[in-house]
Write a protein that binds this ligand. Sequence first.
Ligand code: MN
Length: 135
Amino acid sequence: MIGKRILVVEDNATSLKLMTYLLTANGYEVHIAQDVETAVESIHRHPPDLVLLDIQLPRVDGLELVRQLRADAVSRDLLVVAVTAYAMKGDQEKALAAGCNGYITKPIDTRALPAAIAALLERRSATTACLLERR
Ligand code: MN
């Protein structure tokens, strides 16, 4: 969905570059953070429509960030997609249990990533439209 703002939280420079490129090429406004502290600041300063969140981050991990977001009324409903290592099967369940709306696995599939994000954003805007209609 063109113009939607996505915050990419990723500490690996190569992955960050790839995801930023893919999302920018698909018309998203991309903000980046390489750790949880910077991500929190960015979420407050430029509230995103969706957060693409690497789980393995230095100091504070992505699971802790999503728990914090869910505990705060302002960010409770924020769309969060976890990025987990394909080999780490348990991380996907942990990500969902912590409150992520979905997950994608590394290595990044350059077609599946934009498709998954577009699907979530569309589903969210459909839900919002539905709620508005009921008023
Ligand atoms: Mn990482």
